[in-house]
Design a protein around this ligand. Structure first.
Ligand code: TXA
Ligand code: MG
Length: 354
């Protein structure tokens, strides 16, 4: 299905440019800044990059990969000073960060630290932490510096497929879905980076990778091993594995959602004094909910015009705002379960789990 982007978005023309040319870097940097996707080489595997502080651009990454659920993305930076922009001060100042950065950055090590609000929720899939890495590849570093934005990037493969270690692997899987592929030749390391969570004096291996954990232990002492990433994340935020991101108030997906005019609207009416939050998929869904039920103490609309990319981009931030609104319960309009809608519904169902 090369050339098909799915999700109603027209296919883009994919250009493969030589990564060593400054002109190509400038073109790719401009594309990133415009919210488009650029695949680029790192020493581990090729990444599918988007401006990490542009939530809508990041949503396009999930659409292009056809990920059925959102997974947190690594934020690639060019300089260790940038850690303090995206991680909280306490974690950025952790002496282990300086030690590991001095020894292994640029390189195949990703550090997971508690995030600042500068990182949109979709990048971290609603987690309170952000994964940061300085890649050891001149093309990647030149791109980040030229774009002057951090780059959120998973491996540049379609969901469930093999990670790409050559530009042609990326083209084979993502032609029509990525604006530019910077060709930097074959990747030197060929496996993804090692992912390490640093929190409260603890060090937890979330994913073995290109940097042996033994090398990390030589630098900072013992590292705990975890079977999977969710379990590691749960160590930082207990209960996260089961429900991933769940607001404090109970959340219910209302299905069927009322249509225009008088409808069913089961559970949409607020009892006297009850603070009910509304998470609508689109403007029409909001209007129908307000006609069928309410009043709502807080309202979030994922995308007024029902655009799946925009909806995905705003999902986690909307949940955070609803969480902060002191609600008794939250009612949620389901979205169509195709394309990015599958990832959105996966997260909403997890959030709805008691
Ligand atoms: O080498 C690499 O790491 C490549 C290149 C492109 O940098 N990237 C890569 O990204 O492998 P991806 O998305 O395929 O894998 C990222 C891994 C996943 O296992 C994800 O769950 C984990 O990092 N991760 C990202 N953010 C996290 C967070 N806040 N907490 C826990 N795990 C996180
Ligand atoms: Mg991957």
């Amino acid at each position: 299905m090369a050339g098909q982007r799915g999700l109603g978005a027209p296919p883009v023309e994919t250009r493969v440019l030589p990564g060593t040319s400054p002109a190509s870097i400038a073109v790719a940097a401009a594309a990133l800044r415009a919210g488009e996707l650029v695949a680029f080489p790192t020493e581990t595997v090729y990444g599918l990059g988007a401006d990490a502080v542009d939530a809508r651009a990041v949503a396009r990454v999930f659409a292009a990969k056809e990920r059925p659920r959102f997974d947190p993305l690594i934020v690639h930076v060019a300089d260790v000073d940038e850690v303090a922009r995206y991680a909280i001060e306490e974690d950025a100042a952790d002496p282990r960060v300086a030690t590991l950065a001095a020894r292994f950055w640029p390189g195949p090590l990703t550090l997971v630290l508690r995030k600042r609000d500068t990182v949109p929720g979709i990048v971290t899939a609603g987690l309170p932490t952000v994964a940061l890495r300085i890649p050891a590849h001149p093309v990647a570093l030149a791109l980040i510096r030229a774009a002057e934005v951090p780059i959120a990037a998973p491996s540049a493969n379609r969901f469930g497929r093999v990670s790409p270690t050559r530009a042609e692997h990326v083209v084979r899987q993502l032609a029509g879905r990525v604006r530019i592929v910077l060709d930097g030749g074959p990747c030197r390391v060929g496996v993804e980076s090692t992912v390490l969570l640093l929190a409260d004096g603890d060090a937890v291996l979330l994913r073995p990778g290109g940097l042996p954990v033994e090398s990390i232990e030589e630098a900072i002492g013992p590292v705990r091993r975890h079977a999977n990433v969710d379990a590691g994340a749960a160590a930082l935020s207990p209960g996260r594995q089961a429900s991933h991101y769940a607001p404090g108030a109970p959340l219910a997906i209302v299905d069927p959602w009322p249509g225009p005019g008088p409808g069913l609207g089961l559970g949409l009416a607020a009892a006297a004094g009850e603070r009910v939050g509304l998470l609508a998929a689109d403007a029409a869904g909001r209007a129908a909910a307000e006609a069928a039920g309410g009043p709502f103490a807080a309202v979030e609309v994922l995308s007024a015009r029902g655009d799946p990319t925009e909806a995905a981009a705003s999902l986690f931030d909307a949940l955070h705002r609803l969480d902060a609104a002191g609600l008794d319960r939250i009612v949620v309009q389901p979205v169509a379960e195709d394309g990015l809608g599958r990832a959105i519904m996966d997260r909403l169902r997890r959030a709805a789990r008691p």
